[in-house]
Unconditional design. Structure first.
Length: 201
């Protein structure tokens, strides 16, 4: 895939952009860039499939509520990750026009994308890209969110077949907030890492 158009659009909106042909190359890049620091992880199948927790844990303090050591709970790790120097997450949809969309249940991912870290890394495979903002939003709501709900065994209509958003009012609803980054936040350092492989949902 040629990332030129989306890279130019993201750059025009103030994001740094790096592009890689493979997840392995991207993981090696991140492993070289992030060293001797604290790293927060948002829940992400992309990061998991890339093996980044194990890779970065060798020389950083990595805080992930998907990797809970004995004597700690997920809520504590989310709180610690919120004040880490670096924060890694993926995106539920990225438009070729440069908007980045995320949906969240607990709020840790979307809040960390907006504020509080020295550096934010948004890591996304080519399957997260859509031609327009509307299509990226549709993707986030009707592909990413239902598949995540199904993975989490959420008691929601979308989790049954992972087919679409039903805009339910279920207590187990995981899509409780949606953010759109129209540009890099003022004073922030946000780098988008694009990978020419399908990763995550």
């Amino acid at each position: 895939m040629d990332f030129t158009k989306v890279k130019n659009a993201l750059s025009a909106r103030g994001f740094k952009v790096s592009c890689f042909e493979s997840a392995r190359e991207a993981a090696d890049y991140l492993n070289a860039q992030i060293d001797g620091t604290t790293v927060g992880f948002g829940g992400s199948m992309t990061l998991k499939e890339m093996g980044l927790y194990d890779l970065l844990s060798g020389h950083n303090t990595v805080l992930s509520h998907w990797n809970v050591p004995d004597g700690v709970d997920a809520a504590t790790l989310r709180a610690q990750a919120a004040v880490s120097d670096h924060y890694l997450l993926s995106a539920n949809g990225i438009a070729e026009t440069g908007e980045i969309i995320n949906i969240d249940g607990a709020g840790n991912r979307v809040s960390s994308a907006l504020y509080g870290h020295k550096k934010v890394w948004i890591v996304a495979g080519k399957n997260k890209l859509a031609l327009t903002y509307d299509e990226a939003l549709w993707r986030a709501r009707n592909i990413a969110a239902p598949r995540n709900a199904q993975r989490l065994h959420a008691k929601t209509p979308c989790a049954v077949k992972a087919d679409q958003c039903y805009d339910c009012k279920s207590p187990g609803r995981i899509c409780r907030a949606l953010t759109v980054l129209w540009g890099a936040m003022t004073g922030s350092d946000i780098e988008v890492v694009l990978i020419n492989e399908e990763l995550g949902y």
